[in-house]
Every structure is written in structure tokens, then in C-alpha cells.
Design a protein around this ligand. Structure first.
Ligand SMILES: NC(=O)c1ccc[n+]([C@@H]2O[C@H](COP(=O)([O-])OP(=O)(O)OC[C@H]3O[C@@H](n4cnc5c(N)ncnc54)[C@H](OP(=O)(O)O)[C@@H]3O)[C@@H](O)[C@H]2O)c1
Ligand SMILES: *[C@@H]1O[C@H](CO)[C@@H](O)[C@H](O)[C@H]1NC(C)=O
Length: 318
């Protein structure tokens, strides 16, 4: 642990320390050989994750970063050299709210003189697909925010998050489903050759933020594309079967069948469906490769197989 209180060390303000990405950022910076002061933000300082970080020397601050709370955001960012910002679209499903909140945060960070604004963005699928897939709001909104940040004048870096490996263990539409004969099928509305930048997010996302801060090849104006490894969904299913010793096969299913299987309201399920089809046709990162972004990491990332081995599948594959 090199979290310091020494005022000569840069102050990094991290949004969402109780979550997957923000928690990973704090852990990576704490393990860096460089010293950092870390201020971690949450709406609830009593959450166990917040308390654990406080015990490790993180200054934990309560704030709700809604667009009507510019004053709260400015206070939370005050004195920061670097800010890391992630949103949680899935908590409210309101893209206008997501965009308004981060625009406000960019403006406030600029006001207090932040020297590097690190943003967890995603591609605008409506733009890349030229309107073919218009409904993936959790990507499109993040793309709009990235453009705003790039034009805002603040030193800005976009550290895009890869595909969470945990999606295949947690989401109803993606988990392997038990068949009448006792085997399992992982069914998606895309072909087995669909390539995904799979990331064990809590374990590894922060490494890429650390790289954006510490590696001279990245920093302001750059983009970091995170991935533990790029692997096809077909290969993921074969490896899952091999490692767990269960009979699991991949199946391509129709769009309507997939929409129903997600268990989500139709408009939300449509986001997931269109995002998968976009990944198949254009690639998650719109055809950009992740190699350069993996070159200066402080330690190796987990592969899909590593993630499978470190996950308890007993209730999922029961
Ligand atoms: N699933 C995927 O494959 C995937 C891939 C790429 C990107 N993403 C994106 O990842 C994002 C979620 O990131 P995550 O996994 O780190 O989320 P998470 O684990 O659910 O954590 C969200 C964090 O944001 C904080 N937060 C939310 N609203 C806040 C507010 N109004 N004020 C202050 N803090 C707030 C929460 O803090 P408190 O609750 O403690 O206040 C929490 O720490 C989503 O936007 C999603 O689109 C997902
Ligand atoms: C704004 O943030 C402050 C912390 O700086 C907090 O006390 C307050 O409740 C927040 N206000 C709103 C409207 O969320």
C-alpha cells in the first residue's frame, strides 16, 4: 500500500469507489510504486467497501453527483490533480441524466483546475453503425460525453471498459441454461466467432487507469481500450466447459427468443440485443485493437480462463 497523506503526492479523486471500476482504480493506484493521495467518492460512506478503503488511508467523502449538485461536485473535486469518473446507467436507465451529470462533472473539474480527467466511456454505436443500431443508449450517451470532454479544453483521457466477464455468470440472458438432458446451453443472438474484449473488471480495470496516468504513451488526448484478452464467444464456451467439466455448448438464437430470455423490459433488452449485434458486425471497439493498451500494464491481466477458474460456478451450473 502506497496510499499517502503527503501533500507533495498527486491527489486523485475517484468516483464510485464502492463499485467495480472505481474500486479497481483505487486498488491499482494503492499497489503502484508511485505514491498517491486518494479521495474516494460514494453516496454512502457506511458501505463496507467504503469503510475498507478508509481504513487503508483513502479519504472517503460523501456526495451525490447529480446534475443539480454542481456545488457538491466542485467541493469533492477541490484540490484534485486527477479525477476518475464512471457512471451507473443501469441504476436509472436515463441517458439524458447520464450525459447531463458527466457534462456537469467535466465543467466543475475544469473550474477547479484538474490536470487530467479520466473518463470511463464507450463507443457511440448509433454513430459507428451509421444508424443501423440506434437503441444502445448506454453506449451512445457515453460516446456523446467523450466528445464533450474532448472539446471542453480539459486534459481528457477515455479509458473504455471492456466486456465484463461476469456478464456470463450474472445476467439472465447470458448465463448457461440447463437443458432437459442435464447439459447447458449458452445462447446468444450472434455467431460463435463474435470477438469480445473480455475483462475481469474489479480485478483489472484499474491497471489501465494506472497506465493512463503513469505511462507517457497515454495521458491527455489518448484513449485506452481495456481487455484481459480478446476472445470469441465460441471459444469462451468451450473453455468454460473444459474447466468446469460440464457439458456446455454455444447456440445462436433468434432475436425475439433472446429478447424474451433476458427477462428485461423490451426497450432495455433491445439495448443488449443491438449491442451484441454491433459487436459481431463492427467489433466492440469499432475495429480498433487493444494490443497497444496492454503494453505498459503493471501486471498481467486475467484471461477468460483465469476468470472462470477464480469464479464459483456451482450455483450457476447446478
Ligand atoms: N457490464 C458490462 O459489460 C459493461 C461494460 C462496459 C461498461 N459498463 C458500464 O459500467 C458502468 C457501471 O460501472 P461499475 O460496474 O463500476 O458500476 P457499479 O459497480 O454498479 O458501481 C457504480 C458506482 O457509481 C457510484 N454512483 C452511482 N451513482 C452515483 C451518484 N449519483 N453519485 C455518486 N456516486 C454514484 C456508486 O456509488 P454509491 O452507490 O456507493 O454511492 C458506485 O460506486 C455502467 O455505466 C455500464 O454501462 C458495463
Ligand atoms: C450535494 O453534495 C453534498 C456534498 O458535498 C451533499 O451533502 C448534498 O446532499 C448533495 N445534494 C444533492 C441535491 O444531492
Amino acid at each position: 500500500m502506497t496510499i499517502t497523506q503527503d501533500s507533495s503526492a498527486p491527489l486523485i479523486v475517484v468516483v464510485g469507489i464502492t463499485g467495480n471500476q472505481g474500486g479497481s482504480v483505487v486498488n491499482a493506484l494503492a499497489e503502484s510504486s508511485k505514491p498517491y493521495r486518494i479521495r474516494g467518492l460514494t453516496r454512502d460512506v457506511n458501505k463496507p467497501a467504503a469503510q475498507e478503503f478508509a481504513a487503508k488511508g483513502v479519504e472517503v467523502v460523501a456526495v451525490s453527483l447529480t446534475s443539480d449538485n454542481a456545488t457538491g461536485a466542485r467541493e469533492a473535486f477541490n484540490g484534485a490533480d486527477i479525477t476518475f469518473v464512471v457512471t451507473n446507467y443501469w441504476e436509472h436507465l436515463d441517458v439524458n441524466r447520464e450525459v447531463a451529470e458527466v457534462k456537469m462533472l467535466i465543467d466543475q473539474a475544469k473550474t477547479v483546475g484538474v490536470k487530467l480527467f479520466i473518463w470511463s466511456g464507450l463507443e457511440s454505436i448509433i454513430k459507428v453503425s451509421k444508424g443501423k443500431y440506434p437503441n444502445v443508449h448506454h453506449f451512445n450517451g457515453k460516446g456523446e460525453i467523450t466528445e464533450y470532454g474532448r472539446h471542453s479544453g480539459i486534459p481528457f483521457v477515455n479509458v473504455q471498459s471492456g466486456w465484463y466477464a461476469s456478464n456470463f455468470a450474472k445476467l439472465d440472458g447470458m448465463k448457461p441454461k440447463k437443458q432437459a438432458d442435464g447439459s447447458f446451453v449458452l445462447a446468444l443472438p450472434v455467431g460463435p466467432q463474435t470477438l469480445l474484449p473480455v475483462l475481469d473488471t474489479p480485478h483489472d480495470y484499474g491497471l489501465f487507469v494506472q497506465e493512463a496516468i503513469e505511462s507517457p504513451e497515454f495521458g491527455a488526448g489518448s484513449e485506452v481500450l481495456t481487455s484481459g484478452e480478446d476472445i470469441t464467444v465460441g471459444d469462451m464456451v468451450s473453455q468454460l466447459a473444459e474447466i468446469t467439466g460440464k457439458k456446455i455448448t454455444f447456440a445462436r438464437i433468434g432475436d425475439e427468443e433472446f429478447l424474451a430470455a433476458t427477462g428485461l423490459p423490451r426497450s432495455v433488452a433491445l439495448e443488449v440485443l443491438e449491442s451484441l449485434k454491433y459487436h459481431e458486425e463492427w467489433g466492440y471497439y469499432a475495429g480498433k485493437t487493444t494490443d497497444a493498451s496492454r503494453r505498459h500494464l503493471a501486471r498481467p491481466t486475467r484471461t477468460w480462463a483465469d476468470f472462470v477458474k477464480s469464479t464459483n460456478w456451482s450455483s450457476i451450473l447446478a
